[in-house]
Design a protein around this ligand. Sequence first.
Ligand SMILES: [Zn+2]
Length: 404
Amino acid sequence: MIAAFAAVVLIAAAAPAGAQTEAITIRAGAALDGRGRSIPDAAVVVQGGKIVSVESGRGGAATYDLRGLTLLPGLIDTHVHIDTHFGKDGRATSEGESPEQSMLYSVENAWVTLMAGFTTVQSIGSPSDVYLRAAIARGVVPGPRLLTSIRPVNENTGTPADIRAFVRKVKADGADLVKLFASKSSREGGTQTMTDEQIQAACGEAKAVGLRSWVHAHSPSSIRAATLAGCTTVTHGSQATGVELALMQQHGTYFEPNIGLVSQNYLENKARYLGIGNFNEEGFAFTEKGIPMKREMFKRALTVSGLKLLMGTDAGAGAHGRSAEEIVYRVQVAGQPARDAVVDATSHNAMSLGLADRIGALAPGLDADLIAVDGNPLDDITALRRVVFVMRRGIVYKNVARSR
Ligand SMILES: [Zn+2]
């Protein structure tokens, strides 16, 4: 069995990630290119951390012979909270920890996320992400490419002018995007909190300084306000009706529902969350009611042609390393075609991050972020739970495939 074999891990301690100069050939029984195409008998050549070629039926020797497996671009999760964890008492809080202890949990989350085949994640977001992002980029901490919003905007950030100044400050502090809380938590009913003017100020200023904006919005009015303000992405959207789904489609707003992991994880770990913030019995009742509601909302979203769906999980403590569950749920429970679900988690996500020219597909010139899974996700989406090979920027971080 795969799990019985230790991972072969090569950490680029001396050389920057992706600096290898020898060409590496990876052969697999099949590949999914992340843009909707299947490639039988695939061979991918990698050099200098980049994909050089992607061919079918090439023959010849391979550095990594992954016949029987399926090759995919590294998966992308557009919404995680990489710093969240169960602390020393097993509770979902970092209370009583030193910053060093907290940071090690973040490092652990980065590691399990990479091992699960996610080579890029967007953390939405925490100030400590900045240091983790830098360490991963230096190649000394193994993890996915990390993007972060650092600190969020909410209704208490101030006037529209205050909000614009706040956006410029997080940009100066190194934020990759701006996160807004435009509605209450789903555990508190999800009604709109920021005014339309506040939302316009945040997303308008983000655009002006070259940042994307990601808007937490549950209620219909908050979704509409974010869409009309030209924000990049609406996340959650649990109460979206046909009207809001159509509006997002018309405005080209990305929509990142989270239906298969976050709520389920809260319920599975209820004892670890209960009593912290709004994780009370009333909040959990909302969470439980929300699961079928979000599933039906997502099914409706699938019928809106041209709606730009993303794959983000909102992974918190207990969910890191399990992001693929969102994809499995979308396919198995909500009926999304597997091919579309894979495209959402790769090339569509890359586009929403402004990184389509770097990641999200198996194509020449892109970063060599690729994974192999045991089985073909198009036939059995649970293959995404069985990640046996992970390469990021040409460096192999996991290879348990040789037992086959
Ligand atoms: Zn979140």
